[in-house]
Design a protein around this ligand. Structure first.
Ligand code: ZN
Length: 163
């Protein structure tokens, strides 16, 4: 997930049929404005059986998906959500989220329900294909994922979050 600049991953994405997700968001994630995000300080959520209990007003937000690399789209997502879940140690948890965390929670819970972001917009054909940065700008070669790249901290402002 980190190597691919992802902010979230659901167990089914890696072939594990459990209702578990992991989400890592930067400080300042309450905003959809990436200029508020600080990738040097992140917060990690490991959630079992997360369920949305409240959805706020919807807005069109850009996002990608680690299961559909190279594609992004604009998808309606609630700007704030409440989620109940269980921590890995079995204790209950309630999250009231907004901004990037709210978006990631909705995206990952979609995965648990067998839904991809492409299903939200009709099909992958409705998504925009975005070449990796090292293709469009050779100076971005250093951002190409490698096995040792902790990519979240390398995420540049303006990057489209994938999960
Ligand atoms: Zn995804």
């Amino acid at each position: 997930m980190r190597r691919a600049n992802g902010v979230g991953l659901a167990a089914p994405q890696v072939g594990v049929q459990l209702r578990i997700v992991v989400i890592e968001v930067p400080a300042g994630h309450e905003s959809h404005d990436h200029t508020h995000w600080d990738w040097n300080s992140t917060q990690i959520f490991r959630l079992v059986n997360p369920m949305i209990t409240y959805l706020g007003e919807y807005a069109d937000l850009r996002e990608g998906c680690l299961s559909l690399p190279g594609f992004t789209t604009t998808v309606p997502r609630a700007g704030c959500v409440s989620v109940k879940a269980t921590r890995l140690d079995g204790t209950p948890l309630r999250i009231d989220a907004r901004g990037l965390l709210a978006q990631a929670l909705q995206h990952e819970i979609d995965h648990l329900d067998g839904r991809l972001v492409s299903d939200r917009v009709g099909s992958i054909l409705a998504m925009r294909q975005v070449p990796p940065p090292w293709i469009t700008n050779p100076t971005e070669q250093s951002r190409r994922p490698t096995e040792t790249t902790p990519s979240l901290k390398d995420q540049k402002p303006g990057s489209i979050p994938s999960a």
